[in-house]
Design a protein around this ligand. Structure first.
Ligand SMILES: [Zn+2]
Length: 342
């Protein structure tokens, strides 16, 4: 039983490799946040440790221990070590995986497995490793102990050392179609067609994101709140814009994920805005804003919309690379188009 959805290519590849006894020692899963990397990593772990003839069965003791994260032959490594799988809720203040963790790991994997005959190391958010940690891991990957497998997961391949990449077999974790997500939402949650489609469009191909939205109805509500804030900002002067920036910076210091979510909402709002400007409102992620957009579309130049979309994308990248958040948010509010009613 595989829990991954829409990752048939990767699943077939693993099944074949397992049957032919030629699983690679290290795989690097890459793909956007919440696309299903961690779920596939769990599936891989069950495939590796399952005792049933048809693995992964999901029901045998090793399978259950993988699912409950209590399998003693697996090391899950991530920032803080407390992040809920796939949901980026880091409770720790540490923002990186340091060399100490890799040193501990090196000791751990040289001990004989407790339960089975092999060990598995899963590094979630591999881009969070410090350079020192990456180099230490590279040494391990260059001469991996017998029967130890490594799964490195990342949503940012460009932040992984090329020398590490060259030691791993790359596995792209794919986005799925809106139709796929919509069908799944209807089947699993019995949602109405239109609600299922709204979620599918918001998730833009990331199944984990769709499940997150389905399980957190607040998310859709907070989306409307954020949308109304952006709308208001268009008519606002400098003072209000800097207030908004200050609020984002404060939120960011307490809960970066909340702000990342807000910026993703910005992206969605402006992308929809552009679609309406190009008379493609049927492709918009939600139908609720279309009326507003039609009213505003004449007062905002398309170039300004393209510019703000670029600024949002750049802001998200800059925040990941430890730039002063306040400067990033100031730029964002300054680049936000001003409504020029004629
Ligand atoms: Zn099993």
């Amino acid at each position: 039983m595989w829990n991954s959805l829409g990752q048939d290519d990767a699943i077939q590849m693993f099944l074949l490799a397992k049957t032919e006894n030629r699983l690679a020692h290290s795989y690097l899963f890459f793909g956007p946040d919440r696309v299903g990397k961690a779920t596939l990593a769990e599936d891989f772990a069950r495939l590796l440790f399952c005792e049933d003839e048809i693995s992964p069965c999901g029901d045998c003791l090793p399978c259950k221990r993988v699912t409950s994260k209590t399998h003693t032959d697996i090391n899950w490594i991530e920032v803080g070590g407390e992040r809920d799988v796939g949901f980026s809720k880091s409770k720790s203040k540490s923002k990186s995986i340091g060399i100490d963790r890799i040193r501990e790991l090196r000791t751990a994997i040289n001990i004989k497995p407790f339960e089975g005959s092999q060990r598995l190391v899963v590094i979630l958010g591999s881009e969070d490793m410090t350079l020192e940690a990456s180099n230490a891991l590279l040494k391990v990957l260059e001469e991996p102990p017998e029967n130890v497998f490594f799964l490195l997961l990342t949503s940012n391949l460009s932040m992984i050392l090329p020398t590490i990449i060259s030691r791993c077999q790359l596995v792209k974790i794919k986005k799925v179609s809106d139709e796929f997500i919509k069908r799944y939402m209807i089947e699993k949650y019995q949602f109405e067609d239109s609600y299922a489609l709204d979620i599918a469009r918001l998730a833009s191909g990331k199944i984990g994101m769709a499940i997150f939205i389905a399980d957190n109805p607040d998310y859709l509500e907070s989306r409307l709140e954020i949308f109304s804030r952006i709308h208001k900002l268009l008519n606002s002067g400098l003072e209000e814009r800097f207030d908004y920036s200050e609020r984002l910076a404060m939120d960011f210091s307490r809960d970066p994920e909340k702000v990342h979510n807000e910026l993703r909402m910005w992206e969605i709002w402006w992308r929809d805005f552009m679609l309406v400007q190009f008379h493609s409102s049927d492709k918009a992620s939600s139908t609720s804003n279309v009326e507003d957009f039609l009213e505003l579309a004449n007062f905002v130049e398309i170039d300004d919309v393209i510019n703000i979309l670029k600024t949002i994308g750049r802001s998200i990248k800059l925040l990941q690379s430890n730039v002063n958040p306040r400067l990033v948010f100031d730029q964002l509010v300054l680049q936000t188009p001003v409504i020029r009613k004629k």
